[in-house]
Design a protein around this ligand. Structure first.
Ligand SMILES: CC/C=C\C=C\CC(=O)SCCNC(=O)CCNC(=O)[C@H](O)C(C)(C)COP(=O)(O)OP(=O)(O)OC[C@H]1O[C@@H](n2cnc3c(N)ncnc32)[C@H](O)[C@@H]1OP(=O)(O)O
Length: 311
């Protein structure tokens, strides 16, 4: 009985400390907002504490992904990955569609750049570096330790499919459609769809059909095959739903959520035994974290879930 009392007292003391910490957090958040990088092709807002909303923001060009946008996606997700004020990210598109894929006009300029060199090695270097930059931009969603929820409305074409395939969770509206359009442009997709899509949807047959035909996959089929996990009536309800889920995730232990993301990704690319070895090594440290202690005490004493401090 006495030990229960002591434990409860320790819990209250900790909660008080955390509340004080949260006041400081609010002040620091304001300062962080002022320091946050301003992007040209992305709009970044904070709808709820610890929840960030990244919008692709070239609505007049249907959020076509030009060089600046590719660079900014990589920079934004890397920065948010390191920002303790961010625990989860919602990704959507401003305007009429989610994204029309790579900016075809911008891509054509690459041809001009290549034309400046006669030598194959110089031309290859330009292409190699550009593809690598774009691949890394997509992979930044995966490398970001915070969960990324993509919320797609209307068109999601080519490079945009690569982008959301690297997200953790995919939602869409009932007017959404997805198109692995690359073969229509005489190109094999090269920034992630071919590697990630077969791991996201169970059917290799469907993946190959979508890749080889470049046909549109509508929202209902995307839900049926597991590419998206929820379909909403419209963009507003989708964003509301995505932000609610993000807010729920943001209230959980950031230690638990981020280690879980690491473990899921590691396990995707390794054997079950290697995945088990990996999570064992992580948790022999993380189980000693205050998050585990506080959550375990709250569960055992049937108290409210604790407020977790920044990570
Ligand atoms: C290293 C390589 C890495 C990645 C490679 C990725 C490959 C791909 O992404 S392949 C896919 C490329 N995308 C497309 O083929 C889609 C092209 N767009 C369309 O088919 C249509 O725009 C639409 C999405 C079906 C919508 O049609 P609609 O509603 O009639 O709008 P539009 O009048 O066509 O477009 C409005 C406005 O946006 C511009 N725009 C649309 N898509 C692109 C694009 N992909 N690139 C550049 N600009 C685009 C369009 O030109 C219009 O602009 P205006 O200035 O008003 O003319």
């Amino acid at each position: 009985m006495y030990s229960v009392f002591l434990r409860r007292a320790a819990e209250i003391a900790l909660a008080t400390k955390q509340k004080q910490g949260l006041c400081q957090v609010a002040m620091i958040t304001t300062a962080a907002e002022e320091q946050r990088t301003q992007f040209e092709a992305l709009n970044v807002t904070v709808p709820n504490p610890f929840v960030y909303h990244v919008e692709l923001n070239r609505p007049k060009k249907l959020n076509a992904m030009h060089n600046t946008m590719w660079i900014e996606i990589g920079k934004c997700f890397t920065e948010l990955g390191n920002d303790p004020d961010c625990r989860v990210i919602v990704l959507s598109g401003a305007g009429k569609v989610f994204s029309a894929g790579i900016d075809l006009a911008d891509a054509a300029q690459l041809g001009t750049k290549l034309g400046e060199h006669e030598d194959v090695a110089r031309r290859c270097k330009i292409l190699h570096d550009t593809i690598k930059l774009y691949q890394d931009a997509m992979t930044s969603l995966e490398k970001c330790p915070k969960p990324v929820i993509s919320a797609v409305h209307n068109a999601c074409i080519g490079g945009a499919v690569d982008l959301i395939t690297a997200a953790d969770i995919r939602y869409c509206t009932n007017d959404a459609w997805f198109q692995v359009k690359e073969v229509d442009t005489g190109l094999a997709a090269d920034v992630g769809t071919l590697q990630r899509l077969p791991r996201v949807i169970g059917s290799e047959s469907l993946v190959r059909e979508l890749v080889f035909t470049a046909r549109k996959m509508m929202a209902s089929e995307a839900k049926e095959c597991g590419f998206v996990s929820k379909v909403y009536d419209g963009k507003d309800s989708m964003l509301k739903g995505a932000i609610e889920v993000a807010t729920d995730i943001a209230a959980k232990s950031p230690v638990a959520v981020q280690v879980a993301k690491r473990s899921i990704l590691y396990s995707r690319d390794h054997s079950v035994q290697e995945g088990l070895d990996h999570i064992r090594l992580w948790n022999m440290t993380m189980v000693q974290s205050e998050d585990f202690m506080n959550a375990a005490v709250a569960q055992a004493t049937k108290s409210n879930p604790p407020t977790f401090s920044k990570l």
